[in-house]
Design a protein around this ligand. Structure first.
Ligand code: AMP
Ligand code: GLY
Length: 421
């Protein structure tokens, strides 16, 4: 099979690493990829959001399968674009545009969960012409309270407000266009106090399998302090997610989600990332994402003992229900090395050294590029360092050691991934 992978982050490097191990994968292309993905295939200079350019290239290269890493092309309808006759032989791994609304619209996701009785925080939604109602509603609510821009806001659209006044000021700003059209509708949600984890489901819209459970660490500072980031590290498995909790997740959340997808006749051939929180022993959905997580993928795929391309084929051929997932017994931990200043302003183009000197880890590039023989930083999250161990602490110790060895000006990383477990 000739496969085109779309995206350029650590998640995509982990996909490329895993897919390139498959005997079914004859040729792998990554658009646009990064300095790391180039070791597993051929990087192609195409934007995942330019469907026409991707389509023409796919046709010319006779690509058999497109695997979509990030949410934006999915929410913009890349699955649907490739339903045209000229692409009838091309499989797309990802949900249709209608199904991608599970991530693309928080209001859609909340209504979906309501309809199929999936446990989640209580909520109300407001548009700009309902600002006064929204402000009055906030005045009646306990704090903290959560405000969410309805649409995609590059991971910045969720605000946890500590007082009614703060929430009211934020609501005004959001409905006034703080996140552009993404916040023309705002979901106001009850704050859930608990511990989060990430569950990944591969589905063809009928059958499904569950991949290894993971947990990510979003805050920039150790001890979960400071601003939210795209993710500073991840671990798998997650000690508190035992069989009993997973059974609840399966019965109360995954099964009704798949049933909802069927009842609403949504086409879904890809991954569902369910962001969950455990409150007093019970699982609730924080959010759906219509793709794999980053940096969770950098620990989930290393612990997936199956051929990933075989799984992708099963998704395409409506056979995923019969697929048997095998988990590597070892724990995995990923540490993300980031640019100084991230998640606020940071500089790109810093020379990275030491990658060759690291030992015993998988190095997944996120924001990197080559300039001649030099490896340069090219983003906020620069490199994910994944290690295995008997426990996640063992794995983390190796990743932390290697994070010390990789050098670039302004380098930053958290040494305490998994600190709360
Ligand atoms: P994201 O949508 O990934 O930007 O998520 C933002 C983060 O906000 C989540 O990972 C949670 O930590 C937090 N969050 C979102 N909704 C709630 C909620 N209802 N209660 C508590 N925390 C929440
Ligand atoms: N790890 C969170 C995300 O991928 O959105």
């Amino acid at each position: 099979m000739k496969i085109l992978l779309l995206g350029s982050g650590g998640r995509e490097h982990a996909f490329a690493w895993k897919m390139s191990q498959s005997p079914i994968c004859e040729a792998l292309y990554i658009a646009p990829g990064n300095a790391g993905t180039a070791a597993h295939g051929t990087n192609v200079d195409l934007s995942p959001n330019d469907f026409e350019a991707v389509g023409n290239w796919v046709e010319a290269q006779q690509i058999d399968m497109i695997v979509v890493g990030p949410e934006e092309p999915l929410v913009r309808g890349i699955y649907d674009y490739f339903q045209q006759d000229r692409f009838s032989h091309v499989a797309v791994i990802g949900p249709s545009q209608a199904a991608a609304q599970l991530e693309g619209s928080k209001a859609f996701a909340k209504a979906f969960m309501g309809e199929f009785h999936i446990p989640t925080a209580a909520y109300r939604e407001f548009t700009a012409d309902q600002l006064e109602d929204g402000l009055a509603y906030l005045a009646t609510q306990p704090t903290p309270i959560v405000l969410k821009a309805d649409g995609l806001a590059a991971g910045k659209g969720v605000l946890i407000c500590q007082s009614v006044a703060e929430a009211q000021a934020e609501l005004k700003e959001m409905l006034g266009g703080k996140f552009g059209s993404a916040s023309s509708r705002v979901v106001i949600e009850e704050f859930l106090d608990g511990i989060e984890f990430s569950v990944f489901v591969a589905t063809d819209g009928k059958g499904y399998v569950t991949l290894p459970v993971a947990k990510d660490y979003k805050r920039i500072g150790e001890g979960d302090t400071g601003l939210n980031t795209g993710g500073m590290g991840s671990i798998s498995p997650v000690s508190f997610v035992d069989e009993a909790l997973m059974q609840k997740v399966d019965e109360r959340i995954i099964q009704p989600t798949i049933k909802g997808i069927q009842e609403r006749q949504l086409t879904y051939k890809g991954f569902i990332f369910i962001g969950l929180i455990r409150v007093k022993g019970e699982p609730y959905v924080i959010e759906y994402n219509c793709r794999m997580g980053d940096p969770e993928t950098e620990v989930v795929f290393p612990r997936l003992a199956n051929d990933l391309v075989a799984l992708l084929n099963a998704i395409d051929k409506d056979q995923v229900g019969a697929f048997e997932v095998k988990e590597d017994e070892r724990a995995a931990a990923a540490v993300i090395v980031v640019s100084g200043g991230y998640p606020q302003a940071y500089k790109k183009g810093k020379k990275i050294t030491g990658v060759e000197q690291t030992e015993g880890s998988l190095i997944f590039h996120a924001g990197t590029r080559m300039d001649g023989d030099d490896l340069l930083t090219n983003g906020g999250r620069v490199i994910a360092i994944t290690s295995y161990g008997e426990t996640f602490q063992d794995a983390l110790a190796i990743s932390n050691q290697n994070a010390e060895i990789i050098q670039f000006e302004g380098k930053n990383y958290r040494r305490d991934i998994g600190f709360d477990l």
